[in-house]
Design a protein around this ligand. Structure first.
Ligand code: SF4
Length: 73
């Protein structure tokens, strides 16, 4: 089942750890901030996470130094 990964831009500092863990889901802009490659419902703060990316998404949530990521059902 797919999940939603939400990026809280008010917290993110653009170090890009999440983009290294989820390269197929998140790219980087010129300043290193994550860019959702395929925005969920047109909302660039939300990415769809499939079963193959679920573990990497959980890791990204745990390791984000700014607690800027939330994984939702
Ligand atoms: S790991 Fe967190 S702080 Fe770093 S770029 Fe991703 S969302 Fe932003």
């Amino acid at each position: 089942m797919n999940k939603k990964l939400h990026i809280d831009w008010t917290r993110c500092d653009g170090r890009g750890l999440c983009t290294e863990l989820l390269p197929a889901v998140l790219g980087r802009d010129d300043w290193g901030y994550p860019v959702v490659r395929h925005p969920r419902n047109g909302d660039g703060t939300n990415a769809t996470i499939g079963p193959d990316e679920a573990q990497a998404a959980r890791d990204a949530v745990k390791l984000c130094p700014k607690l800027a990521l939330v994984l939702q059902a």
